[in-house]
Design a protein around this ligand. Structure first.
Ligand code: AMP
Ligand code: MG
Length: 317
């Protein structure tokens, strides 16, 4: 934890590791003691959500669903219930490109373990049959979740960091923090209020393969930005490589776009939508463009010569 000052209001930094990523919060305001307390409370919320969503922790609610909810419906924390509901709605909105039931495909491609591998077409088909919107049923009467087949496996990896950042930002607002910048693993960033200079926070999106070169700079004030990219976890075979974001409609890792980014009011939504945009590319960009007040996006596509073409309303910053 650090405090920095450039002559304006002091900036306090707090951080923790969660969801296999570094979460950092920079806050500014009059009283560093209050800021530190607010920042720590916000990080506690991130840790609470990690403990609830982590599929690799047998004690988490999502792991319990994956283990037991095909045999018997399980009651979950109402907040998790609402998140699952929202995730299903985002799945519908993106035509199935975003799918929280993608677990069996991640398993088949080895993205859940240490070794990635290329599955047979039969394995892909078997996994695909377990994915999609019909994999789970939510019952609002008693807050229960049922998985419709043995082998269904939920994965909140594409929405969890954004959801945790929204929850953390809500804590900061309750504490009266006038401005803060929060990120989880740099893939989702929330700009609360303005920076200490009174201007919107400005975030550079790194060019894939050239981390010190900005593809575009995006302004954030009470808004979130998420970036999804094929790099990171990769299966490499000869000249071919596959990233850890899978198109549930084909069962294969998406390969069309090198990077997708979405800015909108909610980090939960920007996180899910950027993953979906990486999968669905320009087709979804066109759909997003119909409601620019809700979300704006961009995709970067590598041409024949390897040069990146950046398209979408967010491309201009
Ligand atoms: P993100 O970095 O937010 O784009 O999320 C990528 C992670 O989401 C992957 O590592 C998987 O855990 C999960 N995932 C992969 N493909 C999908 C998909 N089509 N829909 C939802 N989650 C996915
Ligand atoms: Mg995401």
């Amino acid at each position: 934890m650090k405090e920095q000052s450039d002559g304006a209001e002091p900036v306090t930094l707090v951080a923790c590791n969660a969801m296999r990523a570094r979460f950092e919060i920079a806050l500014w305001g009059r009283d560093p003691g209050t800021l530190r307390g607010a920042g720590q409370e916000a990080l506690d919320e991130v840790r609470r959500i990690e403990a609830q969503l982590n599929v690799f922790d047998p004690a988490s609610e999502v792991a319990a669903l994956n283990r037991d909810a095909a045999a018997t419906p399980l009651q979950v924390d109402p907040r998790l219930f609402r998140l699952l509901e929202q995730a299903l709605a985002l799945g519908r909105e993106t035509g199935g490109a975003f799918d929280i039931a993608v677990g069996p495909l991640l398993q088949a491609w080895g993205f859940r373990g240490d070794a990635c591998r290329r599955p047979s077409p039969e394995e892909v088909e078997a996994a695909r049959a377990l994915c999609g919107p019909n994999a789970l049923v939510l019952d609002e009467e008693d807050w229960t979740v049922r998985l419709t087949q043995e082998g269904v496996s939920l994965d909140l990896g594409a929405i969890g960091k954004g959801y945790a950042l929204d929850a953390a930002a809500a804590v900061l607002l309750e504490c009266g923090v006038p401005g803060a910048l929060l990120h989880g693993g740099t893939s989702t960033v929330v700009g609360l209020g303005t920076g200490p200079d009174g201007l919107p926070w400005r975030i550079g999106v790194a060019t894939p393969g050239k981390p010190d070169r900005s593809l575009v700079t995006v302004a954030l004030s009470d808004a979130a930005l998420s970036v999804s990219a094929a790099h990171g976890r990769l299966l490499i075979e000869g000249d071919e490589q596959w990233g850890h974001v899978i198109d549930p409609r084909t069962g294969s890792p998406s390969s069309r776009c090198a990077l997708a980014a979405v800015r909108c009011a909610s980090a939960t939504e920007s996180d899910a939508l950027s993953t979906a945009l990486l999968v669905a590319g320009e087709e979804m960009l066109a759909a997003l463009s119909e409601r620019p007040e809700r979300a704006e996006g961009l995709v970067a596509i590598a041409g024949e010569d390897g040069a990146l073409q950046v398209v979408g309303p967010l491309a201009s910053g």
